[in-house]
Design a binder for this molecule. Structure first.
Ligand code: NAP
Length: 249
């Protein structure tokens, strides 16, 4: 059943084809929002449209590669067919893990360009309309790695910590316009991203998690929903950790 909590609101979620982004899209669609979910391919974008429009809900999938300026321009044009997003979830992200001594320039550049610059580009694209309507919710999906650091993830940690600095700065810039900007820092969550880990790394990670298990994408979506809701109107510039007690800084 679809409720009316977000009726009339447009929610843009980058990287909604899988994992955490898909769970966030499902959460908003069930609460009456019009959801625009992005994927990097036409096939995946069409699948998002099919999923979102089941059960009389309304939404669409659009193609977007946040690492590619020309893709962002095309996306911006396609976005004009819809009401401007009231809520933006910058979720799309990648990893290219390696110890710094072995890291290739391309691994560094791809992760920074996607995770950090991509977020900057998409946010800029949505901000003007939010300022005009004097309402907006921007939620950036950072990572526990951006807070605690993680061996083998200098590129990813730099991008994810950068997202937190961006979140705090933008919160100060646009707070007076009724726009809140927050980050969510997930711990290890069961998605394609963590399925890539070897069982040895996975076991080592588990020993560090107070709750003794990986998180579920839905457990991140719950917190995104909380930050997007009217009840969270006095929360901005914050980073909410959702990590099962893996890091308590
Ligand atoms: P995932 O399952 O690997 O899915 C990644 C999503 O990002 C996909 O929808 C993918 O689209 C999209 N994406 C990748 N590169 C993109 C690009 N250049 N432009 C646009 N979209 C792109 O990842 P996830 O685990 O759900 O992670 C989602 C977010 O949470 C990421 O920012 C990640 O860093 C963060 N996070 C995850 C964990 C975790 O343990 N899983 C922990 C902390 C933070 P396609 O399907 O089209 O490739």
């Amino acid at each position: 059943m679809v409720t009316e909590k977000y009726k009339g609101k447009v929610v843009l979620i980058t990287g909604a084809s899988r994992g955490i982004g898909k769970a966030i899209a499902n959460r908003f669609i069930k609460q009456g929002a019009f959801v625009i979910g992005t994927a990097t391919t036409e096939v995946a974008a069409r699948k998002i449209t099919t999923d979102l429009t089941a059960d009389n809900a309304s939404g669409t999938g659009l193609v977007l590669d946040i690492a590619d300026k020309s893709s962002i321009e095309i996306f911006d044009n396609n976005l004009k067919a819809f009401k401007a997003p009231d809520i933006l979830v910058n979720n799309a992200g990648i990893t290219r893990d390696n110890l710094l001594m072995r890291m290739q320039d391309a691994d560094w550049e791809e992760v920074i360009n996607t995770n950090l610059t991509g977020m900057y580009r998409v946010t800029k694209l949505c901000l003007r309309a939010m300022i005009k309507t004097r309402y907006g919710r921007i939620i950036n999906i950072s990572s526990v790695t951006g807070l605690s650091g993680n061996s083998g993830q200098c590129n990813y940690a730099a991008a994810k910590a950068g997202m937190i600095g961006f979140t705090r700065s933008l919160a100060r810039e646009v707070g007076s316009r009724g726009i809140t900007v927050n980050a969510v820092a997930p711990g290890f969550i069961e998605t394609d991203m963590t399925h890539e880990l070897t069982s040895a790394v996975r076991d080592a990670v588990l020993t560090q998690i107070a709750l003794g298990r990986l998180g579920r994408p839905e457990e991140i979506a719950t917190v995104v929903d909380f930050l997007a809701a009217d009840e969270a109107s006095y929360i901005t510039g914050q980073t909410i950790s959702v990590n099962g007690g893996m890091y308590m800084g």
